[in-house]
Design a binder for this molecule. Structure first.
Ligand code: ZN
Ligand code: MN
Length: 490
């Protein structure tokens, strides 16, 4: 029997506001000592009153608009009641009935086809405290509470169960992350926990329309983890169904090291939370003028930018995709285009820049575990353009340029200085190369004979030998030309 996979994602993104959601404490807590960004409101003291953070509402409206949602005329907050040590008040102020935005969609690319994935709603709530589990000196286990994170604005984006594979889920998350980063409303960094995903997943026999028990999977800290956890669940659920086991609605946690999900608890339902309107906050009227104002100043979004890079610079869709996933990378790319290398057309220059970013630069960021956010500090756009200029003028070879780039990346030195220090400048002077060419021919009589016998391979071999002798500095075109002249004259 064939099964269909049904996946719906809920994403929580911390908003980059200066203060917390309902109090004046700084929301920039990541580097702060524990329990220093706290006040009676976010500590959940009795009798205190929350105040709505206007910036958080604005960021949520921006997100709702970018996700093609309808923005509510009127919104309000609700209490979600549950007891847990990381929840100071015993309830979370969230939105259950009238979210800021609803009924939108996000577009993903699957096998070169565009697919619209529904967004049920975008709403606001608050983050909880952080629990740290430690052993006391005697070995006894204990848990510590850091309240700095409690009350940081958390936006939740609830997707419709319209994703049909782990790959679609991955695309959806990548696109959503890009959109939030382009809007500048969240750092949307999964590893740092400012972008968290819970996945609802179920399977059903192909052709059947009702949904079976859905499993909620949590604890995934990277895109790769989401993908692996979903793949694991698909396999697990199909196997259970084929063995005639009944699947139950439950919450499971992903265990990264062993690559499995384990049952945590039976799934709770909305009614378990006893939602009711938050009595300490007034309902909020969102004026149409305000929404229009926000719409006017929305920045360019990833999809539009991708299209523009293709149209304006003649890039392939593939290259444009890679360059626009992160806003930092796309910004960097466009900064490199301000002053193109003199010997190249603007489009040729753009292609060169794209090649460097997608190739060498990404590779080095990867192996050194450097965040794209630090790209500019590693090699400034001006410095990369200088390097491209050196190559296009023939001052250094392509191979030499890679060495220079790596050195630039590691030391921050200018391309020209590295070329001088390392003696990497390309030999483009025929007089300087002739002696080496003659010597290499003399040392390889067999290759000469082979060439005379019409074997073109022999020429390639000799070029290789000359490049080796000049430590890659010889201009390859010139070497080819000189060799041919010499060999044909012998
Ligand atoms: Zn506070
Ligand atoms: Mn939530």
């Amino acid at each position: 029997m064939d099964y269909e996979t049904i996946i719906g994602l809920e994403v929580h993104a911390q908003l980059q506001t200066r203060s917390k959601m309902y109090c004046r404490c700084s929301a920039d807590y990541a580097a702060a000592p524990p329990n220093t960004h706290v006040c009676p409101v976010c500590l959940g003291m009795p009798g205190v009153l929350p105040v709505i953070n206007q910036q958080a509402i604005e960021y949520t409206i921006m997100t709702a608009l970018a996700l093609n949602c309808t923005v509510s005329d009127y919104t309000r907050f609700d209490r979600k009641n549950y007891p847990y040590p990381d929840l100071m008040k015993g309830y979370q102020i969230s939105q259950s009935y009238v979210p800021v935005g609803y009924n939108g969609y996000l577009t993903i690319d699957i096998n070169d086809k565009k697919k619209k994935v529904g967004i049920d709603n975008v709403h606001l709530e608050e983050d909880v405290a952080r629990l740290v589990h430690r052993d006391r000196p005697g070995g006894e286990a204990c848990s510590l509470v850091d309240v700095n994170r409690a009350g940081v604005p958390l936006m939740e984006i609830v997707g419709e169960p319209e994703l049909r594979s782990p790959e679609e889920a991955r695309q959806y998350l990548m696109e959503l992350r890009s959109i939030l980063q382009y809007l500048g409303v969240s750092t949307a960094n999964m590893e740092e926990g400012s972008f968290r995903c819970d996945a609802n997943i179920s399977i059903r026999p192909e052709g059947i329309s009702e949904l079976s028990a859905k499993v909620e999977v949590k604890n995934m800290n990277s895109f790769r983890a989401v993908y692996r956890a979903l793949e694991y669940e698909v396999r697990r659920q199909i196997k259970a169904a084929e063995e005639g086991k009944k699947l139950v609605q439950e919450t499971r946690g992903w265990v990264e090291d062993s690559g499995v999900t384990v049952s945590q608890r039976s799934k709770e339902y909305a009614q378990d939370y006893r939602y009711f309107p938050e009595p300490d906050l007034p309902p909020l009227v969102i004026s149409r003028d305000w929404v229009e104002e926000i719409k006017e100043k929305l920045p360019e979004l990833p999809e539009a930018r991708r299209q523009r890079l293709v149209t304006d610079y003649g890039l392939s869709i593939y290259d444009a995709d890679l360059l626009t996933v992160s806003k930092t990378t796309a910004d960097y790319f466009e900064e490199c285009l301000v002053s193109p290398a003199r010997d190249l057309s603007p489009r040729e220059h753009a292609k060169q820049v794209a090649n460097w970013i997608i190739g060498e630069f990404s590779h080095l960021l990867n192996v050194t575990n450097t965040d794209v956010a630090d790209m500019v500090e590693k090699v400034s756009p001006g410095a990369l353009c200088d390097l491209i200029q050196l190559v296009s003028r023939g001052d250094i070879s392509g191979t030499g340029a890679k060495q220079v780039f790596e050195e630039m990346f590691n030391t921050g030195k200018a391309a020209g200085d590295i070329v001088r220090e390392k003696g990497l400048s390309q030999i483009s002077d025929a007089g300087e190369l002739e002696a080496t060419v003659s010597q290499v021919i003399a040392e390889n009589p067999q290759a000469l004979t082979d060439f005379k016998a019409g074997k073109e391979q022999a020429l390639k071999f000799l070029v290789g030998q000359i490049m080796k002798a000049t430590r890659g500095r010889a201009n390859p075109q010139l070497v080819n030309q000189l060799l041919r002249e010499k060999l044909e004259g012998e």
